[in-house]
Design a protein around this ligand. Structure first.
Ligand code: HPA
Ligand code: ZN
Length: 327
């Protein structure tokens, strides 16, 4: 109970959050009705019951199907505001939010529609909830690099509203080096870079994200523990890992939270952060992720709680003046 209060009260940043992964079943049904779309589930409970995943791909299939209810600017706005209210309740002071433009543009939704809704929510969240935020555009790695270049072209009119680029979707068989050229172009534009690596994929994908994409943070990255040289490199250069504990258990990266390596990663001196990934699908927003770890891993204590929250602020791309105010 004491620890739960502490975990709740700590100011924290959320650095690994897919906005499409915050679509709660209730909102999926509401948006489907509003947009005149059918769903292959008769009701909210049967959709929620389908959230039993075998691996990353079985989750992605449902996640992309759910995102198809997003059509209008208001839909993106509504989804993002619902997230910001949850984040504020968890004492998230800053969120760096992923979005997947290709998931929407393939359905005929304009890039500008996506950005307009998300950007309006960002500004309202700052003004009404006091939560600051940034947008990170992710390329879908199962698609060819040419599709990423087309997405980059569509993003250019909105480049000032985007902080950086990331890489998500099915990892195995789609190593970071597949996107070397498009990431180079994005860095030339002044965008920050992150990449999912070492979730289901091997430690060598983390090396590739660092070497070929110049990723400044690694999303997930838990499989670095297979490579002691890599762990030493990540620690020495203080490259943050955005770990998502409930996601890892739901997607069977670990068989249970008791087996999660969060404490080992901290023990290795890494800049580890705790995040929610796709909270509507994985059973909880960021504070639930913290709490689940501290309940399952007896080696974690109050000092680790402070360390994790402090790491999240340090690892963010927020201006140094903001970081100082939060600490
Ligand atoms: N991994 C890869 N792609 C994703 C994820 C993830 O955890 N969540 C949403 N898209
Ligand atoms: Zn993710």
């Amino acid at each position: 109970p004491h620890l739960a209060t502490l975990l709740q009260a700590m100011p924290k940043a959320e650095l690994h959050l897919h906005i499409e992964g915050t679509l709660e079943p209730e909102l999926i049904f509401a948006l489907a009705r509003r947009n005149g779309l059918g769903l292959p589930y008769p009701d909210i409970d049967s959709l929620r019951r389908a959230y039993a995943f075998q691996d990353l791909q079985s989750f992605l299939d449902l996640y992309y199907a759910g995102a198809a209810v997003l059509q209008r600017e208001e839909d993106f706005y509504h989804m993002a505001m619902a997230y910001f209210r949850r984040a504020a309740a968890d004492n998230v002071v800053h969120a760096e939010i992923f979005f997947d433009p290709q998931t929407h543009t393939v359905r005929g939704v304009e890039f500008g529609t996506v950005i307009a809704g998300l950007d309006r929510a960002r500004r309202d969240a700052r003004d009404t909830l006091g939560v600051s935020s940034e947008l990170i555009m992710c390329f879908l790695r199962h698609l060819p690099q040419e599709s990423a270049f087309e997405t980059l072209a569509a993003a250019l009119p909105y480049r000032d509203r985007i902080l950086g680029v990331g890489l998500d979707s099915g990892e195995v068989g789609n190593p970071p080096e597949k996107f070397t050229e498009v990431f180079r172009r994005c860095r030339e534009l002044g965008w920050r870079t992150v990449a999912h690596a070492g979730e289901e994929g091997p430690a060598s994908y983390i090396w590739s994200a660092l070497r070929d994409l110049k990723a400044e943070r690694i999303d997930h990255g838990v499989r670095c523990l297979d490579d002691p040289r890599l762990v030493a490199h990540l620690a020495e250069h203080r490259i943050p890992l955005t770990v998502c504990p409930l996601s890892n258990v739901m997607l069977k990266v670990y068989p249970s939270m008791e087996r999660h390596t969060l404490a080992r990663l901290l023990e290795a001196g890494l800049c580890v952060t705790v995040n929610s990934d796709d909270p509507a699908y994985f059973g909880g927003y960021v504070n639930r992720n913290y709490l689940a770890c501290f309940e399952a891993l007896p080696e974690l204590g109050a000092r680790d709680a402070y360390r994790l929250a402090r790491n999240s602020l340090d690892a963010s791309f927020a201006p140094e003046t903001d970081k100082q105010a939060w600490r």
